[in-house]
Design a protein around this ligand. Sequence first.
Ligand SMILES: *Cc1c(COP(=O)(O)O)cnc(C)c1O
Length: 374
Amino acid sequence: MTSLTKNIKIVDLQRHIAKYESEFRAAMSAVLGSTNFIRGAELSQFESSLSAYLGGANVVGCASGTDALCLALRALDLQPGDEVITTAFTFCATTEAIVACGLKPVFADIDPQTFCIDPAQVERLITDRTRVLLPVHLYGHPADMQRLADLARQHHLAIVEDAAQSMGGEALVDGQTRKLGTIGTLGCTSFFPTKNLACFGDGGAVMTSDSLLAERTRMIANHGSKKKYHNEIIGINSRLDTLQAAVLNVNLAHLDEMDAERRTAAMRYTDQLRSLKGITAPEVVDGHVFHCYVVRVEGGRRDELKDYLASRGIQSMVHYPAAIHQLPAYSHFATQALPEAERAAREVLSLPMFPGITTDEIDLVVNTIREWTR
Ligand SMILES: *Cc1c(COP(=O)(O)O)cnc(C)c1O
């Protein structure tokens, strides 16, 4: 092997921007020309294109994925202290939104195979205060939506999906293949620059097939008003800027192609990593769109592998180094042991994954890990 190291980033946005640069520039100049920076034509175009892509769900653009979660929970009109069962292993924003809405997060442990919320744990945690199930399609892996939908029906609960990492992903529910984010009562996503469907700053959206909930969400996001200067309820200001919507129109047109590239890269990784001792590679299941490509490193050696990769110019990251109930801000909500979430926080390592990653780069990452395991 060559001693020349090539730096491989965990996400290479430059490559993506270079590929579609003329499209991005054209879309952004059109907005500069119109000066309709708030609620311009590109925003309604994006909302209807995404709606069509999702099979008809209403789409309400907003300022971030965190806001999308808050808006969805507020649209449900819950009472303070109502319980929301969610996963103990996710990005902090999932729980942050629940708490910000005055609701009580109840943490369920994860399925160690999928890193998503374990429906068997969820069932045990349902009480007469439970109102919402809030699964996350972590790393782009679909949560077990069939079992969650069954539980929600049985116990009359709403489902809010956190689809921030899973745009374009799918799951089979009641015999129908459906886009992630459109299966629950409401779905939420983020357009943060590194997400599967992204803009060049902050952005997010709420998705729902319930048009009354969509209207309520839109109203809350717009100062509680449908009509200017006629505020019916107390809302917030959470908008998706026209410039960001213009960027999203470009990226949405390429989403399937980008998700397919992520899956192809994941297959190449998993085929080769499967045989390595001490490493558990993820299964490339149907509907998984690999926001992150995450392996487990056993034997307490995760950080050692991370350092080894870094010394050879390969960037890796830990998503996430602590389960939510282990964070100082949320530890007081912990009510039970969550051993799988805690083990995941010790073992997970995200390898370079982005549309456009080359087979040479994947092979170099794999060979470097192989070298380390010897
Ligand atoms: C990114 C992310 C969010 C928050 O999105 P922002 O746009 O950064 O506010 C929420 N949940 C998950 C799982 C995420 O990955």
